[in-house]
Write a protein that binds this ligand. Structure first.
Ligand SMILES: [Zn+2]
Length: 114
């Protein structure tokens, strides 16, 4: 039994359309989850940065004045004695530094530590 070359190999147009639809459905499910994992990882890294900066501020304060808390005017003073560098928010958010209490707060939504 001989079949012509066009009948032997390849997919029909309907099979290709079904495969493309299945791939698009899988992508529609997977892509939002991947984006969500990425943003939650950035928020966790940002919170870790804030904790590291505040720990460095505590170390600075303890070394400068042991009786009252004393924090530097800028975070650059912490480099290199207490930090290798002043970290930035991985999402591009800005850190707000309160010199009176030595606290750091990221202004990016979802990066707060409260
Ligand atoms: Zn942040």
């Amino acid at each position: 039994m001989l079949r012509s070359l066009s009948e032997q190999d390849g997919f029909t147009l309907l099979e290709l359309v079904i495969i493309i639809v299945i791939i698009l459905l899988l992508a529609a499910v997977a892509v939002p989850r991947i984006v969500d994992f990425s943003s939650s990882a950035e928020a966790a890294a940002c919170k870790s940065n804030q904790n590291n900066i505040e720990f460095a501020l505590t170390m600075y304060s303890a070394s400068v004045n042991k009786s009252i808390a004393f924090f530097p005017e800028t975070l650059d003073v912490l480099v290199p004695a207490y930090l290798d560098y002043v970290p930035n928010c991985p999402s591009g958010g800005a850190y707000e530094y309160d010199v009176n209490v030595g606290s750091i707060q990221c202004l990016e939504a979802g990066h707060g530590r409260i």
